[in-house]
Design a protein around this ligand. Structure first.
Ligand code: MF3
Ligand code: CO
Length: 250
């Protein structure tokens, strides 16, 4: 396992990559509404990324066929955009997007309401986002990696939601996925010691019901086994000697 420490120059490139991705997410958030297809979202996101002079890093990654992962309701992550899948009022939709700027990757996800949604669905979205911030509070040099995992788990536990275990966060830099892996549930060990200059994608995935997930026949779409709805929230962050920088916030 090799965790990269970014130089000052690399940190500047990561900051810019992430700043541009935040713009993409902002525009996609405003675009989401009932009546559009999940493929419309992919087309919009792909065009935005390229207009910014960047390359979508998900496209063709291990054969993934789109630029934006669009996951609706009981789909957890890696939903494949489809022109026949039309968003309906009351749905929740997770958008996972990433791009490459001058060789440096960024990665972030948001879950949005489609029109008016139930209070239960809104709570799931809110708690998932809040759990990210609870975890990231622990993300500083000198702390250990699994302090992040434990804090996310502890935040979610009182709500009784299922924390997805089969997919985890990750280091990020000149590759989309670098070491270390970052679980979103409590660990017995402490994990590596965090150092200034590490860039990490922290990404809790939370189900209203049980934690178990399965893969659809397309080999990409991850859905909850019990059909319960799921939310995802992710940012790329920079470890510093003080507070972490959340690089993909708008
Ligand atoms: N954002 C995802 C992650 O964190 C990557 C999407 S998988 C891809 O791992 F194949 F769509 F790229
Ligand atoms: Co990620």
């Amino acid at each position: 396992m090799s965790v990269t420490i970014k130089s000052q120059r690399e940190i500047e490139l990561m900051r810019e990559s992430c700043r541009l991705l935040a713009i993409v997410h902002k525009e996609l958030e405003e675009y989401v509404r009932p009546g559009i297809s999940t493929l419309d979202i992919d087309a919009k996101g792909d065009a935005l990324i390229r207009k910014l002079g960047c390359v979508p890093n998900f496209k063709n990654y291990n054969g993934y066929p789109a630029s934006i992962c669009v996951s609706v309701n009981d789909e957890v992550v890696h939903g494949i955009p489809n022109r026949h899948r039309i968003l309906q009022e009351g749905d929740i939709v997770s958008l996972d997007a990433g791009l490459i700027y001058k060789g440096y990757h960024s990665d972030a996800a948001r879950t949005h309401a489609v029109g008016r949604i139930s209070p239960q669905a809104q709570k799931l979205i809110d708690v998932t986002r809040e759990s990210f911030f609870a975890g990231v509070k622990m993300a500083k040099a000198g702390n250990h990696l699994f302090d992040i995992s434990n804090a996310i788990d502890a935040y979610i536990k009182p709500y009784g939601y299922g924390i997805v275990r089969d997919l985890v966060g990750h280091g990020i830099g000149t590759s989309l996925h670098e070491d270390p892996q970052i679980p979103n549930f409590a660990q017995r060990r402490r994990g590596i010691r965090l150092q200034a200059g590490m860039t990490l994608a922290v990404e809790p995935m939370v189900n209203m019901g049980r934690a178990d997930v399965e893969w659809l026949e397309d080999d990409w779409t991850v859905v909850t086994e019990d059909g319960s709805w799921s939310a995802h929230y992710e940012n790329t962050i920079l470890i510093t000697d003080g507070e972490p920088e959340i690089l993909t916030l708008y």
